[in-house]
Design a protein around this ligand. Structure first.
Ligand SMILES: CNc1ncnc2c1ncn2[C@@H]1O[C@H](COP(=O)(O)OP(=O)(O)OP(=O)(O)O)[C@@H](O)[C@H]1O
Length: 179
């Protein structure tokens, strides 16, 4: 299987405007930190969680987190959805992959995004997240990660996506490309 780093590195190399630190981070052969993100989309609305603590606190996002040793990316996606929103997805589909290069993190992050339209259980607030439904045209991008408005259109059209994003000082998006 093609590793994520291959396409991400190619994307950076093919784009002359990539800032030096992105190229350095992605081509260093460094191991990536694997994370998941689950987007529940009922066709006209998406379920987002308001992150109450930890990385990305104060932002709305899908549900997800780090892949633990011994579990598959898909298992991690299901587990985090249960832990953070109290629901279990019934039709989890691979929707896309996002690679983040941060100038203030030791490793690049590889986020596997999944989409689902049906689930069991009732979304409920947890210690980490407060779930809120948003109509597709009312997604609160001003209170979300800066990469989100770039890949959500693909997600909502149900078109597979791959993106590379470079952040400085955690939240400032300085470069990106969709592959
Ligand atoms: C930079 N731009 C970004 N854009 C969109 N989404 C982003 C993101 N950067 C991180 N994310 C997501 O934010 C969650 C963090 O997860 P996070 O809470 O740190 O993980 P986990 O629950 O394992 O942590 P704890 O073990 O509780 O510390 C995780 O879904 C990850 O995919």
């Amino acid at each position: 299987m093609e590793s994520c780093t291959d396409w991400a590195v190619q994307a950076v190399q093919q784009n002359g405007t990539a800032s030096e630190f992105v190229a350095k981070i992605l081509t260093s052969g460094m191991k990536r930190k694997l994370l998941t993100l689950v987007m529940i989309n009922d066709g006209s609305r998406v379920l987002l969680g308001y992150k109450k603590r930890g990385f990305g606190a104060g932002y709305y996002n899908g549900f997800g987190g780090k892949v633990e040793p011994g579990e598959t990316v898909r298992e991690a996606a299901q587990r985090e959805l249960v832990e953070e929103a109290c629901i279990s997805a019934q039709d989890l589909q691979e929707a896309g992959v996002l690679v983040f290069a941060f100038d203030d993190q030791p490793q690049p992050w590889e986020v596997h995004v999944f989409a689902a339209s049906s689930y069991v259980g009732e979304p409920a607030e947890t210690d980490e997240m407060r779930p809120v439904w948003f109509a597709h045209e009312e997604v609160p991008f001003d209170s979300m990660w800066a990469d989100d408005p770039i890949w959500y259109p693909y997600l909502l059209r149900q078109e597979h996506f791959r993106g590379v994003f470079a952040f400085q000082q955690t939240t400032k998006l300085v470069w990106n490309t969709m592959v």
